[in-house]
Design a protein around this ligand. Structure first.
Ligand SMILES: *Cc1c(COP(=O)(O)O)cnc(C)c1O
Length: 429
Protein backbone atom coordinates (compact mmCIF):
# COMPACT_ATOMS: atom_id res chain seq x y z
CA UNK A 1 0.00 0.00 0.00
CA UNK A 2 1.20 3.51 -0.69
CA UNK A 3 2.30 5.69 2.17
CA UNK A 4 -0.65 7.96 1.66
CA UNK A 5 -3.50 5.47 1.92
CA UNK A 6 -3.03 3.72 5.24
CA UNK A 7 -4.94 2.03 8.03
CA UNK A 8 -5.38 4.06 11.19
CA UNK A 9 -7.64 2.77 13.95
CA UNK A 10 -8.70 -0.04 11.63
CA UNK A 11 -9.99 2.51 9.12
CA UNK A 12 -8.53 3.24 5.74
CA UNK A 13 -7.43 6.87 5.44
CA UNK A 14 -6.29 9.11 2.62
CA UNK A 15 -3.53 11.07 4.35
CA UNK A 16 -5.26 12.13 7.60
CA UNK A 17 -8.83 11.82 6.43
CA UNK A 18 -10.92 8.69 6.99
CA UNK A 19 -12.51 7.41 3.79
CA UNK A 20 -15.75 6.81 5.71
CA UNK A 21 -15.92 10.56 6.30
CA UNK A 22 -15.37 11.24 2.62
CA UNK A 23 -18.14 8.81 1.69
CA UNK A 24 -20.46 10.46 4.20
CA UNK A 25 -19.73 13.91 2.85
CA UNK A 26 -19.49 13.30 -0.88
CA UNK A 27 -21.28 9.97 -1.33
CA UNK A 28 -20.05 7.16 -3.59
CA UNK A 29 -18.69 6.28 -6.05
CA UNK A 30 -15.98 8.86 -5.53
CA UNK A 31 -12.39 9.16 -6.68
CA UNK A 32 -10.11 10.22 -3.85
CA UNK A 33 -6.64 11.59 -4.63
CA UNK A 34 -3.80 12.41 -2.28
CA UNK A 35 -2.01 15.66 -2.97
CA UNK A 36 1.02 14.48 -1.01
CA UNK A 37 1.23 11.30 -3.08
CA UNK A 38 1.13 13.31 -6.31
CA UNK A 39 3.73 15.72 -5.02
CA UNK A 40 5.97 12.94 -3.76
CA UNK A 41 5.95 11.09 -7.09
CA UNK A 42 6.67 14.28 -9.04
CA UNK A 43 9.50 15.22 -6.70
CA UNK A 44 11.08 11.79 -7.04
CA UNK A 45 11.41 12.56 -10.74
CA UNK A 46 12.69 16.09 -10.33
CA UNK A 47 15.18 15.10 -7.64
CA UNK A 48 16.53 12.20 -9.68
CA UNK A 49 16.99 14.59 -12.61
CA UNK A 50 18.68 17.35 -10.65
CA UNK A 51 21.73 18.69 -12.39
CA UNK A 52 20.47 17.73 -15.81
CA UNK A 53 18.50 20.01 -18.07
CA UNK A 54 15.10 18.36 -18.15
CA UNK A 55 11.35 18.75 -18.40
CA UNK A 56 8.85 16.36 -16.84
CA UNK A 57 5.81 16.43 -19.10
CA UNK A 58 2.99 14.73 -17.23
CA UNK A 59 0.81 12.68 -19.62
CA UNK A 60 -2.55 14.37 -19.19
CA UNK A 61 -4.53 11.41 -20.45
CA UNK A 62 -3.73 9.47 -17.27
CA UNK A 63 -5.81 11.90 -15.20
CA UNK A 64 -6.87 15.26 -16.59
CA UNK A 65 -8.69 16.68 -13.59
CA UNK A 66 -7.95 20.41 -13.48
CA UNK A 67 -6.92 20.36 -9.85
CA UNK A 68 -4.54 17.46 -10.47
CA UNK A 69 -3.02 19.35 -13.39
CA UNK A 70 -2.79 22.47 -11.27
CA UNK A 71 -0.97 20.68 -8.44
CA UNK A 72 1.58 19.43 -10.96
CA UNK A 73 1.85 22.77 -12.79
CA UNK A 74 2.64 24.48 -9.49
CA UNK A 75 5.44 21.98 -8.95
CA UNK A 76 6.89 23.05 -12.30
CA UNK A 77 5.60 20.20 -14.45
CA UNK A 78 5.20 20.37 -18.18
CA UNK A 79 2.52 18.36 -19.95
CA UNK A 80 2.21 15.78 -22.69
CA UNK A 81 -1.11 16.24 -24.49
CA UNK A 82 -2.84 14.19 -27.17
CA UNK A 83 -5.73 16.46 -28.17
CA UNK A 84 -6.92 20.04 -28.37
CA UNK A 85 -9.17 19.27 -25.41
CA UNK A 86 -6.18 18.32 -23.29
CA UNK A 87 -4.41 21.49 -24.40
CA UNK A 88 -7.34 23.54 -23.14
CA UNK A 89 -7.40 21.59 -19.89
CA UNK A 90 -3.72 22.34 -19.26
CA UNK A 91 -4.14 26.02 -20.02
CA UNK A 92 -7.27 26.21 -17.85
CA UNK A 93 -5.32 24.59 -15.02
CA UNK A 94 -2.57 27.21 -15.19
CA UNK A 95 -0.05 25.10 -17.11
CA UNK A 96 2.69 26.79 -19.10
CA UNK A 97 2.25 26.40 -22.87
CA UNK A 98 6.00 26.56 -23.32
CA UNK A 99 6.22 23.30 -21.37
CA UNK A 100 3.72 21.38 -23.51
CA UNK A 101 4.58 18.61 -25.96
CA UNK A 102 1.85 17.37 -28.26
CA UNK A 103 1.77 13.62 -29.04
CA UNK A 104 -0.75 11.49 -30.89
CA UNK A 105 -1.22 9.95 -34.33
CA UNK A 106 -4.31 11.88 -35.36
CA UNK A 107 -3.79 15.59 -34.69
CA UNK A 108 -6.45 17.52 -36.56
CA UNK A 109 -5.83 20.80 -38.36
CA UNK A 110 -7.82 22.55 -35.63
CA UNK A 111 -5.68 20.90 -32.93
CA UNK A 112 -2.53 22.07 -34.70
CA UNK A 113 -3.83 25.61 -35.04
CA UNK A 114 -4.80 25.80 -31.41
CA UNK A 115 -1.41 24.50 -30.30
CA UNK A 116 0.48 26.89 -32.59
CA UNK A 117 -1.66 29.75 -31.34
CA UNK A 118 -0.79 28.80 -27.76
CA UNK A 119 2.90 28.54 -28.72
CA UNK A 120 3.57 25.07 -27.30
CA UNK A 121 7.09 23.73 -26.89
CA UNK A 122 7.06 20.91 -29.43
CA UNK A 123 4.94 18.70 -31.66
CA UNK A 124 5.79 15.01 -31.46
CA UNK A 125 5.04 14.16 -35.07
CA UNK A 126 4.00 10.58 -35.78
CA UNK A 127 3.86 10.30 -39.60
CA UNK A 128 5.03 11.76 -42.91
CA UNK A 129 1.65 13.26 -43.83
CA UNK A 130 1.46 14.88 -40.40
CA UNK A 131 4.78 16.64 -41.10
CA UNK A 132 3.39 18.08 -44.31
CA UNK A 133 0.11 19.10 -42.75
CA UNK A 134 1.78 20.75 -39.78
CA UNK A 135 4.10 22.64 -42.11
CA UNK A 136 1.13 23.88 -44.13
CA UNK A 137 -0.86 24.91 -41.07
CA UNK A 138 2.13 26.73 -39.58
CA UNK A 139 2.76 28.48 -42.93
CA UNK A 140 -0.86 29.61 -43.10
CA UNK A 141 -0.43 31.23 -39.69
CA UNK A 142 2.98 32.71 -40.44
CA UNK A 143 4.49 30.56 -37.70
CA UNK A 144 7.19 27.94 -37.29
CA UNK A 145 6.37 24.70 -35.50
CA UNK A 146 9.04 23.05 -33.35
CA UNK A 147 9.01 19.34 -34.01
CA UNK A 148 10.44 16.05 -32.94
CA UNK A 149 9.67 12.80 -34.71
CA UNK A 150 8.27 10.01 -32.65
CA UNK A 151 10.38 7.07 -33.66
CA UNK A 152 9.15 3.54 -33.21
CA UNK A 153 12.25 1.72 -31.97
CA UNK A 154 10.69 -1.74 -32.42
CA UNK A 155 11.45 -2.98 -28.93
CA UNK A 156 9.21 -5.26 -26.93
CA UNK A 157 7.96 -3.44 -23.86
CA UNK A 158 6.86 -6.77 -22.36
CA UNK A 159 3.57 -5.34 -21.21
CA UNK A 160 -0.10 -5.92 -22.06
CA UNK A 161 -0.51 -5.96 -25.88
CA UNK A 162 -3.11 -3.15 -25.69
CA UNK A 163 -0.63 -0.84 -23.95
CA UNK A 164 2.48 -1.75 -25.91
CA UNK A 165 3.22 0.96 -28.47
CA UNK A 166 6.80 0.49 -29.63
CA UNK A 167 6.54 -2.57 -31.84
CA UNK A 168 6.60 -2.51 -35.63
CA UNK A 169 2.98 -3.61 -35.80
CA UNK A 170 1.78 -0.74 -33.57
CA UNK A 171 0.21 2.38 -35.08
CA UNK A 172 2.51 4.74 -33.18
CA UNK A 173 5.49 6.70 -34.38
CA UNK A 174 7.40 6.48 -37.62
CA UNK A 175 9.19 3.30 -38.61
CA UNK A 176 12.76 3.19 -37.37
CA UNK A 177 14.11 2.63 -40.85
CA UNK A 178 12.19 5.64 -42.24
CA UNK A 179 13.25 8.08 -39.54
CA UNK A 180 16.36 9.51 -41.20
CA UNK A 181 14.58 10.14 -44.50
CA UNK A 182 11.73 11.84 -42.65
CA UNK A 183 14.11 14.12 -40.76
CA UNK A 184 15.67 15.10 -44.08
CA UNK A 185 12.22 15.84 -45.41
CA UNK A 186 11.35 17.84 -42.29
CA UNK A 187 14.50 19.90 -42.76
CA UNK A 188 13.27 20.88 -46.22
CA UNK A 189 9.97 22.20 -44.85
CA UNK A 190 10.22 25.95 -44.25
CA UNK A 191 7.76 26.27 -41.40
CA UNK A 192 9.15 23.47 -39.26
CA UNK A 193 12.08 23.68 -36.88
CA UNK A 194 13.58 20.34 -35.84
CA UNK A 195 14.36 20.31 -32.12
CA UNK A 196 14.28 16.72 -30.92
CA UNK A 197 13.51 13.06 -31.17
CA UNK A 198 10.83 11.21 -29.27
CA UNK A 199 9.89 7.66 -28.40
CA UNK A 200 7.33 6.06 -26.13
CA UNK A 201 7.27 2.29 -26.14
CA UNK A 202 4.34 1.39 -23.96
CA UNK A 203 2.76 1.60 -20.56
CA UNK A 204 3.01 -0.22 -17.23
CA UNK A 205 6.58 -1.36 -17.90
CA UNK A 206 8.06 -3.11 -14.92
CA UNK A 207 11.65 -3.47 -16.12
CA UNK A 208 14.22 -0.93 -17.25
CA UNK A 209 15.71 -3.06 -20.03
CA UNK A 210 13.15 -2.15 -22.75
CA UNK A 211 13.64 1.57 -21.98
CA UNK A 212 17.38 1.17 -22.32
CA UNK A 213 17.06 -0.80 -25.54
CA UNK A 214 14.93 2.05 -26.91
CA UNK A 215 17.42 4.73 -25.82
CA UNK A 216 20.25 2.89 -27.53
CA UNK A 217 18.33 2.67 -30.78
CA UNK A 218 17.34 6.34 -30.55
CA UNK A 219 20.96 7.38 -30.00
CA UNK A 220 22.07 5.56 -33.15
CA UNK A 221 19.66 7.74 -35.12
CA UNK A 222 20.71 10.88 -33.24
CA UNK A 223 24.31 10.28 -34.29
CA UNK A 224 23.40 9.59 -37.91
CA UNK A 225 21.43 12.83 -37.99
CA UNK A 226 24.27 14.80 -36.41
CA UNK A 227 26.59 13.50 -39.13
CA UNK A 228 24.24 15.11 -41.64
CA UNK A 229 24.14 18.38 -39.75
CA UNK A 230 20.73 17.80 -38.17
CA UNK A 231 21.54 18.53 -34.54
CA UNK A 232 18.88 17.86 -31.95
CA UNK A 233 18.57 19.80 -28.73
CA UNK A 234 16.27 17.48 -26.82
CA UNK A 235 15.47 13.81 -26.41
CA UNK A 236 12.00 12.84 -25.28
CA UNK A 237 12.00 9.31 -23.89
CA UNK A 238 8.25 9.14 -23.28
CA UNK A 239 6.53 7.66 -20.26
CA UNK A 240 5.53 4.13 -19.43
CA UNK A 241 7.08 3.38 -16.06
CA UNK A 242 4.78 0.95 -14.25
CA UNK A 243 3.39 0.88 -10.75
CA UNK A 244 2.55 -1.85 -8.28
CA UNK A 245 -1.09 -2.87 -8.58
CA UNK A 246 -0.69 -6.33 -7.09
CA UNK A 247 2.70 -8.00 -6.87
CA UNK A 248 4.58 -6.24 -9.68
CA UNK A 249 8.00 -4.92 -8.77
CA UNK A 250 8.66 -1.99 -11.09
CA UNK A 251 11.95 -0.17 -10.66
CA UNK A 252 11.93 2.80 -8.31
CA UNK A 253 11.69 6.15 -10.09
CA UNK A 254 15.25 6.97 -9.02
CA UNK A 255 16.58 3.67 -10.42
CA UNK A 256 14.72 4.15 -13.68
CA UNK A 257 16.15 7.66 -14.08
CA UNK A 258 19.63 6.48 -13.10
CA UNK A 259 19.46 3.79 -15.79
CA UNK A 260 18.34 6.32 -18.40
CA UNK A 261 21.05 8.79 -17.45
CA UNK A 262 23.65 6.05 -17.65
CA UNK A 263 22.48 5.14 -21.14
CA UNK A 264 22.71 8.84 -22.03
CA UNK A 265 26.23 9.26 -20.64
CA UNK A 266 28.15 11.93 -22.52
CA UNK A 267 25.02 13.39 -24.12
CA UNK A 268 24.05 16.92 -23.34
CA UNK A 269 20.56 16.95 -24.80
CA UNK A 270 17.77 18.33 -22.70
CA UNK A 271 15.86 15.31 -21.44
CA UNK A 272 12.07 15.27 -21.67
CA UNK A 273 10.01 12.53 -20.04
CA UNK A 274 6.27 11.92 -20.26
CA UNK A 275 5.27 9.97 -17.15
CA UNK A 276 1.57 9.43 -16.58
CA UNK A 277 0.59 6.40 -14.54
CA UNK A 278 3.58 6.49 -12.23
CA UNK A 279 2.73 10.04 -11.09
CA UNK A 280 -0.97 9.54 -10.38
CA UNK A 281 -1.77 5.81 -10.31
CA UNK A 282 -1.07 5.18 -6.67
CA UNK A 283 -2.18 8.67 -5.70
CA UNK A 284 -5.82 7.75 -6.11
CA UNK A 285 -8.47 5.25 -5.03
CA UNK A 286 -12.03 4.70 -6.11
CA UNK A 287 -14.33 4.66 -3.12
CA UNK A 288 -17.46 2.57 -3.57
CA UNK A 289 -20.29 1.12 -1.51
CA UNK A 290 -21.73 -2.39 -1.51
CA UNK A 291 -25.35 -2.16 -2.65
CA UNK A 292 -26.21 -5.82 -2.52
CA UNK A 293 -24.72 -9.14 -1.60
CA UNK A 294 -25.93 -11.80 -3.96
CA UNK A 295 -25.26 -15.47 -3.50
CA UNK A 296 -25.35 -17.01 -6.96
CA UNK A 297 -25.33 -20.70 -7.73
CA UNK A 298 -21.60 -20.80 -8.32
CA UNK A 299 -20.38 -17.47 -7.04
CA UNK A 300 -20.97 -14.77 -4.53
CA UNK A 301 -21.33 -11.30 -5.92
CA UNK A 302 -20.70 -8.03 -4.19
CA UNK A 303 -22.69 -5.59 -6.29
CA UNK A 304 -21.16 -2.18 -5.74
CA UNK A 305 -22.17 1.30 -6.86
CA UNK A 306 -19.04 1.79 -9.00
CA UNK A 307 -18.97 0.14 -12.40
CA UNK A 308 -17.01 -0.28 -15.59
CA UNK A 309 -18.12 3.18 -16.67
CA UNK A 310 -16.20 4.55 -13.66
CA UNK A 311 -13.18 2.25 -13.89
CA UNK A 312 -12.80 0.59 -17.24
CA UNK A 313 -9.41 -1.05 -16.78
CA UNK A 314 -10.63 -4.42 -15.46
CA UNK A 315 -13.11 -4.79 -18.34
CA UNK A 316 -10.73 -3.40 -20.95
CA UNK A 317 -7.43 -5.05 -20.02
CA UNK A 318 -8.44 -7.58 -17.41
CA UNK A 319 -6.44 -5.30 -15.12
CA UNK A 320 -6.10 -6.10 -11.44
CA UNK A 321 -6.85 -3.55 -8.73
CA UNK A 322 -6.65 -4.36 -5.05
CA UNK A 323 -9.96 -3.97 -3.29
CA UNK A 324 -9.77 -3.20 0.40
CA UNK A 325 -12.50 -2.84 2.97
CA UNK A 326 -12.55 0.73 4.27
CA UNK A 327 -13.40 -0.42 7.78
CA UNK A 328 -11.03 -3.20 8.63
CA UNK A 329 -12.81 -4.87 11.49
CA UNK A 330 -16.54 -4.45 11.19
CA UNK A 331 -17.02 -4.67 14.95
CA UNK A 332 -19.84 -2.54 16.32
CA UNK A 333 -17.61 -1.02 19.00
CA UNK A 334 -14.09 -0.87 17.62
CA UNK A 335 -11.48 -1.51 20.27
CA UNK A 336 -8.59 0.93 20.67
CA UNK A 337 -5.76 0.43 18.20
CA UNK A 338 -3.53 -2.49 19.00
CA UNK A 339 -6.15 -4.20 21.16
CA UNK A 340 -8.55 -5.12 18.41
CA UNK A 341 -9.30 -8.75 17.79
CA UNK A 342 -10.74 -9.42 14.39
CA UNK A 343 -14.12 -11.03 14.79
CA UNK A 344 -14.41 -14.52 13.48
CA UNK A 345 -16.55 -13.44 10.61
CA UNK A 346 -18.16 -14.76 7.50
CA UNK A 347 -15.40 -13.93 5.08
CA UNK A 348 -16.39 -15.10 1.62
CA UNK A 349 -15.00 -15.06 -1.88
CA UNK A 350 -16.72 -12.49 -4.06
CA UNK A 351 -16.74 -11.19 -7.57
CA UNK A 352 -17.00 -7.44 -7.11
CA UNK A 353 -19.25 -6.21 -9.89
CA UNK A 354 -21.08 -3.05 -10.88
CA UNK A 355 -24.72 -2.41 -11.81
CA UNK A 356 -24.09 -2.17 -15.56
CA UNK A 357 -25.78 -4.60 -17.93
CA UNK A 358 -22.60 -6.22 -19.24
CA UNK A 359 -20.87 -9.41 -18.15
CA UNK A 360 -17.60 -7.48 -18.47
CA UNK A 361 -18.74 -5.11 -15.75
CA UNK A 362 -16.51 -6.26 -12.95
CA UNK A 363 -14.04 -4.43 -10.72
CA UNK A 364 -12.37 -7.52 -9.30
CA UNK A 365 -12.85 -11.28 -9.27
CA UNK A 366 -12.45 -13.90 -6.57
CA UNK A 367 -11.76 -11.50 -3.74
CA UNK A 368 -11.84 -12.63 -0.18
CA UNK A 369 -13.84 -9.99 1.70
CA UNK A 370 -15.74 -9.58 4.93
CA UNK A 371 -18.58 -7.32 3.91
CA UNK A 372 -22.26 -6.65 4.25
CA UNK A 373 -24.68 -4.37 2.45
CA UNK A 374 -23.46 -0.77 2.76
CA UNK A 375 -19.85 -1.73 3.44
CA UNK A 376 -17.42 0.69 1.86
CA UNK A 377 -14.65 -0.61 -0.38
CA UNK A 378 -11.59 1.15 -1.74
CA UNK A 379 -10.44 0.15 -5.20
CA UNK A 380 -6.74 0.86 -4.96
CA UNK A 381 -4.28 2.28 -7.51
CA UNK A 382 -7.10 3.93 -9.41
CA UNK A 383 -5.60 7.39 -9.90
CA UNK A 384 -4.44 6.74 -13.47
CA UNK A 385 -6.69 5.83 -16.38
CA UNK A 386 -9.65 5.68 -13.99
CA UNK A 387 -11.70 8.85 -14.19
CA UNK A 388 -10.05 9.83 -17.47
CA UNK A 389 -11.43 6.72 -19.20
CA UNK A 390 -14.85 6.94 -17.58
CA UNK A 391 -18.07 7.22 -19.56
CA UNK A 392 -21.78 7.77 -19.09
CA UNK A 393 -22.72 4.26 -20.18
CA UNK A 394 -26.10 3.19 -18.81
CA UNK A 395 -26.86 6.90 -18.24
CA UNK A 396 -24.68 6.93 -15.17
CA UNK A 397 -23.31 10.28 -14.10
CA UNK A 398 -19.56 10.29 -13.63
CA UNK A 399 -18.25 9.96 -10.09
CA UNK A 400 -17.23 12.85 -7.87
CA UNK A 401 -13.51 13.55 -7.43
CA UNK A 402 -11.91 14.90 -4.28
CA UNK A 403 -8.36 15.74 -3.30
CA UNK A 404 -7.13 15.20 0.22
CA UNK A 405 -4.40 17.50 1.48
CA UNK A 406 -3.35 16.62 5.02
CA UNK A 407 -6.46 17.00 7.17
CA UNK A 408 -8.61 18.62 4.52
CA UNK A 409 -10.70 17.33 1.63
CA UNK A 410 -11.75 19.36 -1.32
CA UNK A 411 -14.28 18.47 -3.98
CA UNK A 412 -12.50 19.02 -7.29
CA UNK A 413 -15.18 17.69 -9.57
CA UNK A 414 -18.83 17.46 -8.66
CA UNK A 415 -20.72 14.27 -9.30
CA UNK A 416 -22.50 14.53 -12.65
CA UNK A 417 -26.22 15.12 -12.61
CA UNK A 418 -28.88 14.34 -15.16
CA UNK A 419 -28.46 17.87 -16.54
CA UNK A 420 -24.82 17.10 -17.38
CA UNK A 421 -25.87 13.87 -19.05
CA UNK A 422 -28.28 15.47 -21.50
CA UNK A 423 -26.45 18.74 -22.07
CA UNK A 424 -26.31 19.34 -25.81
CA UNK A 425 -29.07 16.85 -26.69
CA UNK A 426 -32.23 18.04 -28.39
CA UNK A 427 -35.53 16.52 -29.47
CA UNK A 428 -36.60 16.54 -33.11
CA UNK A 429 -38.96 19.40 -33.98
C1 LIG B 1 0.11 7.35 -22.65
C2 LIG B 1 1.34 8.05 -23.02
C3 LIG B 1 2.26 8.42 -22.05
C4 LIG B 1 2.11 8.07 -20.59
O1 LIG B 1 2.17 6.70 -20.38
P1 LIG B 1 2.22 6.14 -18.89
O2 LIG B 1 2.33 4.68 -19.08
O3 LIG B 1 0.96 6.53 -18.22
O4 LIG B 1 3.41 6.72 -18.23
C5 LIG B 1 3.37 9.14 -22.44
N1 LIG B 1 3.57 9.47 -23.75
C6 LIG B 1 2.71 9.11 -24.71
C7 LIG B 1 2.98 9.50 -26.10
C8 LIG B 1 1.56 8.39 -24.39
O5 LIG B 1 0.72 8.03 -25.35
Amino acid sequence: MSNYFTQKNAQLHAENVALTDIAAQFSTPCYVYSRAALTDAYQQFSQALQGREHLICYAVKANGNLAVLNVLARLGAGFDIVSGGELQRVLAAGGDAQKIVFSGVGKSTDDMRMALEANILCFNVESAPELDRLNAVAASMGKTAAISLRVNPDVDAKTHPYISTGLKQNKFGVAYTDAIALYRHARSLKNLRITGMDCHIGSQLTETSPFIAAVEKVLLLVDQLAAEGIVLTHLDLGGGLGICYDDETPPAISDYIAALLKALAGRTHKLILEPGRVLVGNAGVLLTKVEYIKHGEEKNFAIVDAAMNDLMRPALYDAYHRILPVVQNPHPNPLPEGEGTVEKSNCLIFDVVGPICETGDFIGRNRSLTITENSLLAVMSAGAYGMSMSSNYNARGRAAEVIVDGDTVQLVRARETFAHLIAGETLLP
